[in-house]
Design a protein around this ligand. Structure first.
Ligand SMILES: Nc1ncnc2c1ncn2[C@@H]1O[C@H](COP(=O)(O)OP(=O)(O)OP(=O)(O)O)[C@@H](O)[C@H]1O
Ligand SMILES: [Mg+2]
Length: 417
């Protein structure tokens, strides 16, 4: 998935989050103090997307162009390539265990590259594209859970690899769309992984935490143990479903349902909910100004079941993958995590400590762009900066082909040691 990076000389990095509700673009650079600085940002309502996937290429292209233009104008720079998130193509996690003989010798860097290359061969396929290839641990003979096997002695070297793949067609659609905007894709990142990079602190990743990105059309999961992402998944339910439930339940236009949700929506019933009356414009009668008055408790009764269903699905996914440790702490982010009372609902349902996450440690992020809806874009920028720091030699002049397989594994190694 990797293309040459344009950041060698200028240090400029770009990120584009194409979501179901909005397209967002950040341009940034790592400052001399080591902090990532956002120089420009643009965002635009997403047209032509459904549940994280492109359903109208031209409409998406128009939205992406507008977001890019906004970021370019603010930064005074031109974007030629960008890191992009993937929500489409049903990104799934797979576990891969590979082993090579090392004949009693000291494990060298080359051995590590060989065992990873062995894994890489096994993931080759045509209908799925590999997005992430993360060595989560090594084995030297019977000793499992080795973080860095270099310098150890044994007969065999094994690697446990977490591979994330997505449907090749969906990935190709994304690339085509960005190319049509004159932007090369530097690398693709599964959405919740990006969101986790922006919101989780190092200790959370080390000790075990699960990020849940609650977007408009999708709710996606990334679980971390010992600093590595060990599982990712996505459920095609999001905040837009809540809005639609409100529109249907209260017979009001979707735009009004969205407004009512943001202003009065909550999943935690409170005293006074029966007394608080909400004005609801009636669908088809907006011109006459006709309204219904409903108590807030009715709104809670519409909103809450959808969120309960969503957290139930998340709980099932985590349990079926045996992610007790990774779920010890849950961080909710994404636009839909802003609904009042989410922490109170999620904590007992997931039986874990829950907090709402937003981008941390970014300089230059305007107040409006440091909310949970911007976690994925901010995380993509952080991923880009980390990749640049790990592989400063990756400049424009070096084509992805000439970098070769080991060049890419080199990147993964540096990311993981
Ligand atoms: N203040 C708020 N309270 C409740 N919900 C909100 C609020 N602000 C935004 N939302 C909801 O957040 C959702 C959009 O979130 P976000 O911008 O993270 O989605 P996205 O990235 O475009 O979509 P996806 O990640 O699913 O592709 C919408 O459903 C919107 O209604
Ligand atoms: Mg999103």
């Amino acid at each position: 998935m990797d293309k040459a990076l344009n950041i060698g000389r200028t240090g400029l990095i770009s990120a584009i989050d194409i979501g179901s509700s909005k397209v967002c673009c950040f341009v940034g650079r790592t400052g001399s103090d080591g902090r990532l600085k956002v120089l420009g940002l643009g965002h635009q309502a997403a047209k032509g997307m459904r549940a994280g996937a492109i359903v109208d290429m031209e409409a998406v292209r128009t939205s992406v162009l507008a977001a890019i233009h906004g970021a370019e104008t603010m930064a005074g720079e031109t974007i030629h390539e960008a890191f992009v998130n993937v929500s489409a193509g049903q990104p799934v996690s797979g576990a891969l265990n590979v082993e090579i003989p090392v004949a009693g010798n000291e494990v060298s860097r080359l051995d590590v590259e060989r065992v990873l290359e062995e894994g890489r061969h096994r993931t080759a396929g045509t209908d799925r594209t590999v997005l992430h290839f993360i060595p989560v641990g090594y084995r030297v003979d019977a000793q499992a859970g080795v973080r860095d096997p270099r310098g150890m002695y044994g007969e065999t070297l094994g690697a446990d690899i977490h591979v994330v793949t997505a449907g090749a067609g969906a990935v190709r659609n994304l690339t085509t769309c960005l190319n049509a905007c004159q932007v090369e894709v530097s690398s693709m990142v599964v959405s919740p992984y990006a969101a986790a990079l922006a919101t989780l602190v190092e200790d959370e990743m080390e000790l075990g935490a699960t990020l849940i990105d609650m977007g408009g059309g999708t709710t996606s999961i990334a679980a971390f143990i010992n600093g590595a992402m060990v599982y990712t998944d996505a459920i095609p339910v999001g905040g837009n479903h809540v809005t639609n439930d409100i529109a249907l339940g209260l017979s009001t236009p979707v735009s009004q349902a969205e407004r009512i949700k943001a202003l009065y929506g909550t999943v935690a019933a409170g005293p006074g909910d029966d007394e608080l009356q909400i004005d609801v414009p009636i669908l088809g009668e907006e011109d006459s100004g006709a309204i219904n008055q409903i108590p807030r408790s009715l709104l809670v009764g519409i909103v809450r079941p959808r969120l309960e269903e969503t957290f139930e699905l998340v709980r099932e996914r985590l349990e079926s993958h045996g992610l007790g440790a990774a779920a010890r702490r849950i961080v909710l982010t994404g636009g839909a995590s802003q609904l009042q009372g989410m922490k109170q609902l999620a904590e007992p349902m997931l039986d874990r400590q829950v907090r709402i996450g937003r981008p941390v440690n970014f300089a230059g992020l305007a107040q409006a762009a440091c909310g949970p809806a911007f976690s994925v874009t901010a995380g993509l920028l952080k991923y880009a900066a980390q990749r640049h720091a790990a592989e400063p030699g990756w400049v424009n002049a070096v084509s992805s082909a000439s970098r070769g397989m080991f060049g890419r594994f080199g990147g993964w190694l540096r990311e993981n040691f």
